[in-house]
Design a protein around this ligand. Structure first.
Ligand code: SF4
Length: 353
C-alpha cells in the first residue's frame, strides 16, 4: 500500500493513534472502573500503521507474525486492546484531563514512518496541552540526530525498550533467530546518545523480568543503565496471547520482589550490583545496602510500585495500572501506594526462595 493510500486509511498514524484501555477510560473514551480505584497518571499513545510493526519480538502482541495483528478483537498489547482514536479528539481531551494526569507518552513501533510521525505528534501535544512528553523509542530505525530532533520537538524524557537483560536473550527474542531486526549494541548506543542529548536522569531503559534471565543478569543491566546516567522502568513478563511466548507462564512474584528492591536501591544510588551477592541460581541473597535504608524502603512499599517517568509532582506518572497482571490480589507493579496488608505480602514474597 503506498503512502498516499495509507494516509487516506481512516485509523492510522499520524491522524490517528492507539490508546491504552486505561488511558481511554481516563479520558472518558471508554467505560470501566479501576480495581482499588487506581488512577492513571500518564496517557500512553501508540503509533499505528496498516502494515504494522516490522519487528517480531517473541513476547510482544504487536509482533509481525501475530496472526491477529491490527485486529482489535484479538490483538493485545501489554495485556489489553489499544483502540484507535483521532489525534484531534485525544488532544482536546488531554487538554482537559483530570489533575492526576501528569504526562503523555508516545510509543513508537518499528516502521519507516515512525520517526516523522513521532515528531509531528509530539509537537502537537506540546502546543495543545501543558503536559510533558516522553517518547518510548524504537532505536532500530533511529540515529543520534533523531534524538536531537525529538528534544527540539518538545520531548523531555526518553524510554528505550531494551526489554531483554542479556545480549544472548536479546538476539534470541528480538534479533535474527526471532525473525527480527533489532541489535543489542545499537539499542545501548542509542540509549547512551539519548543520555547525552537529554541529560542524566532523563532516560530510562525498559527491562522485563521473566524472559529467561537470572536476577543477577537483570540487575547487571539495571546497574549498567544507572552508571551511564539513566534509570530502569521495570516490567514483569506476562504472556501476550498469540505471541511466540503466549503459552509461557508468568514468573512467580518472589524473584520480582527482589529485582524491584534491587532496582530501587540502584536507581536511588543506595547500592550497586557489585555490592550485592547472589546464590548459585543467580538469585539475590544480600542487597549490600545500609540495613536501615533497606528497612525504610521496604516499609514504605515504594520499591514495589510501578517504576516509570515522573510527573510535575515528582511522583511516578507512568504507573501503567495492571499492565503486567490481572487486576486482583496478585499484583506485580503496584499502581498505587501499598497498604499494610500489601507490605506484609511483599515482605513475605521478598524472602521466599
Ligand atoms: S516509563 Fe512510561 S512514560 Fe516513560 S517511556 Fe516508558 S512507557 Fe513512556
Amino acid at each position: 500500500m503506498n503512502q498516499a493510500a495509507q494516509r487516506l486509511e481512516p485509523s492510522f498514524s499520524p491522524d490517528h493513534v492507539r490508546l491504552s484501555l486505561a488511558a481511554a477510560m481516563t479520558l472518558g473514551l471508554a467505560q470501566g472502573r479501576f480495581y482499588r480505584n487506581a488512577r492513571l497518571g500518564c496517557i500512553n499513545l501508540l503509533l499505528s500503521y496498516a502494515s504494522g510493526c516490522k519487528a517480531n519480538c517473541s513476547f510482544c502482541g504487536l509482533a509481525r507474525e501475530n496472526p491477529h495483528r491490527n485486529n482489535p478483537r484479538f490483538e493485545k498489547f501489554i495485556r489489553v486492546a489499544w483502540a484507535s482514536h483521532p489525534l484531534e479528539e485525544i488532544l482536546e481531551r488531554c487538554a482537559q484531563a483530570p489533575s492526576w494526569v501528569e504526562r503523555v507518552c508516545i510509543s513508537q513501533i518499528t516502521h519507516p514512518r515512525a520517526r516523522a510521525d513521532t515528531l509531528a505528534i509530539c509537537r502537537q501535544v506540546r502546543e495543545r496541552t501543558d503536559l510533558p512528553v516522553s517518547l518510548l523509542i524504537a532505536p532500530t530505525l533511529l540515529k543520534r540526530e533523531d534524538l536531537l530532533d525529538m528534544r527540539e520537538a518538545g520531548a523531555d524524557r526518553i524510554g528505550v525498550a531494551i526489554d531483554a537483560a542479556t545480549p544472548e536473550l536479546f538476539a534470541q527474542l528480538r534479533g535474527k533467530p526471532a525473525g527480527g531486526p533489532h541489535r543489542w549494541e545499537h539499542y545501548w548506543r542509542i540509549f547512551h546518545e539519548a543520555v547525552e542529548a537529554f541529560g542524566r536522569d532523563r532516560v530510562g531503559v525498559h527491562l522485563i523480568h521473566g524472559l529467561g534471565e537470572s536476577e543477577e543478569q537483570l540487575i547487571g543491566a539495571m546497574d549498567r543503565a544507572r552508571r551511564a546516567g539513566g534509570s530502569t522502568h521495570l516490567f514483569c513478563f506476562f504472556p501476550e496471547k498469540f505471541s511466540a511466548l503466549g503459552e509461557r507462564p508468568q514468573p512467580d512474584p518472589s524473584g520480582y520482589r527482589r529485582v524491584q528492591l534491587a532496582r530501587w536501591l540502584i536507581d536511588h544510588d543506595q547500592a550497586g550490583a557489585a555490592d550485592m551477592s547472589f546464590d548459585g541460581q543467580g538469585r539475590v541473597r544480600e542487597f549490600g545496602a545500609d540495613p536501615a535504608v533497606m528497612e525504610a524502603a521496604i516499609a514504605s512499599g515504594k520499591p514495589f510500585m510501578t517504576s516509570g517517568c515522573p510527573g510535575a509532582s515528582g511522583e511516578v506518572a507512568c504507573n501503567r495500572p495492571f499492565g503486567n497482571e490481572k487486576p486482583g490480589p496478585d499484583l506485580r507493579n503496584y499502581p498505587f501506594a501499598l497498604d499494610q496488608d500489601d507490605i506484609a505480602l511483599v515482605r513475605e514474597q521478598l524472602f521466599s526462595y
